[in-house]
Write a protein that binds this ligand. Structure first.
Ligand SMILES: [Zn+2]
Length: 244
């Protein structure tokens, strides 16, 4: 049977391990967060790039349609002029009314085409404004992404170095701890995000989930005669004086 002081040092070793594990979890979370921020930033720039490309395609299409409409208007105007000349040369009433009818029809077509051309030019103009706005947004995002991205990358590198040191330290601590105690600790720790140990409160409850312990367990915890886990949340319980 182990003496109380052996167990005190075992609990102390586990607490040291627990502290390092908390720090490792914090570092891992911060690395994860920085990497996510970096990805989001790159995706943001890529998204703006895609949006601009789509506007460019749309704009090119609209400009082509506008040019085609302008050509159609020109052709219709020529046709109208030719009809006007013909109307001036008619020789009788029948020819005159036929020419006038055709003239009116072509003139109606011309008006319609002119309206369509104006509408299309309006679309082109709106797309040009939108393009300008999006291009400025992309430019701004790129300018911002440069130093911010570099900052984040440097931070990740720094944190990863710290993490490597902590893991090394953890390894050196763990090899000195009794195998079965370490196995118990690791089992609890791998099952939760960070907490594997908690102090026993003054009113005989778990410091993590506040489940009460029995008098027998309290004596064992305070006496440090063996490792006691909480029946509520499973953490290893230790007497508070070890925290100090
Ligand atoms: Zn508990």
């Amino acid at each position: 049977m182990n003496s109380a002081s052996d167990n005190e040092s075992l609990l102390q070793q586990l607490l040291d391990l627990h502290r390092i594990d908390s720090e490792i979890v914090d570092l891992e979370r911060e690395i994860q967060g920085s990497k996510e921020a970096l990805t989001a930033m790159h995706e943001g720039v890529a998204g703006l790039d895609d949006a601009l490309e789509r506007i460019d395609t749309e704009l090119e299409h609209a400009r082509r349609e506008a040019r085609a409409l302008e050509r159609a208007v020109d052709e219709k105007r020529d046709a109208l002029n030719r009809l006007r000349n013909r109307t001036n040369k008619v020789q009788n009433e029948r020819q005159y009314s036929a020419a006038t009818l055709e003239f009116d029809l072509v003139r109606q077509d011309l008006r319609k085409l002119e309206d369509q051309t104006l509408e299309k030019m309006q679309v082109v103009e709106e797309l040009e404004d939108l393009r300008k706005e999006k291009a400025a947004g992309l430019e701004g995002a790129k300018i911002e992404a440069g130093p911010r991205g570099q900052q984040l990358e440097e931070r990740v590198k720094e944190l990863e170095e710290q993490l490597a040191i902590k893991r090394d330290r953890r390894h050196n601590l763990a090899i000195r701890i009794d195998d079965s105690a370490l196995a118990l600790y690791d089992r609890i720790h791998s099952g939760r995000s960070r907490l594997a140990m908690a102090p026993l409160t003054e009113d005989m409850a778990c410091g993590n989930c506040f489940t009460a312990v029995t008098t027998m367990q309290e004596m064992e915890i305070r006496g440090m005669s063996k490792l006691i886990t909480c029946e509520g949340c499973g953490v290893i319980l230790y007497p508070t004086h070890l925290d100090k």
